[in-house]
Design a protein around this ligand. Structure first.
Ligand SMILES: [Zn+2]
Length: 144
């Protein structure tokens, strides 16, 4: 794997993929830097330019499934990757997030959720499409 794809190309590629593409990162991903427990890779079908992923070498699902050793190294990995992105002239801030993909994922290979932290350039207004103008009406007290 050496080239980025459109989302359509990626959906076609991943449709017939057997197993977990992140467990086979050394064959099927574009590696930017490898660490002891983590690998910084390109998102091969990026949402935006320079969209990258930080994945654990060990297959786990949820953020809180990581070990203390992995968590400790993740801080260094994040620091390294953020600095590399911020060194780019066209990037002045970044955002990172993770989200769970499960049995509702659109294709088989995505139903095997291997934790991945998304790290990509951010800009003013980029989260506007998900803003809910009614959010302030939420009864936040139910979380106590
Ligand atoms: Zn995996």
């Amino acid at each position: 794997m050496s080239k980025l794809m459109t989302r359509e190309q990626y959906n076609e590629y991943i449709k017939n993929y057997a197993g977990c593409a992140f467990c086979h990162y050394d064959e099927d991903q574009i590696i930017l830097k490898e660490f002891e427990h983590w690998v910084w890779i390109a998102n091969i079908a990026p949402y935006v330019p320079y969209h990258t992923l930080i994945i654990p070498k060990r297959h786990f699902t949820e953020f809180e499934d990581q070990t203390f050793k992995e968590a400790g190294e993740l801080l260094s990995v994040l620091h390294f990757a953020k600095k590399k992105l911020l060194d780019l002239k066209e990037v002045d801030r970044v955002v990172h997030f993770w989200r769970f993909r499960d049995e509702n994922a659109p294709v088989e290979a995505l139903k095997i959720p291997h934790f991945h932290l998304n790290l990509m350039p951010d800009k003013e207004g980029s989260w506007n499409p998900i803003l809910n103008p009614e959010a302030y009406k939420t009864d936040i007290g139910v979380l106590r």
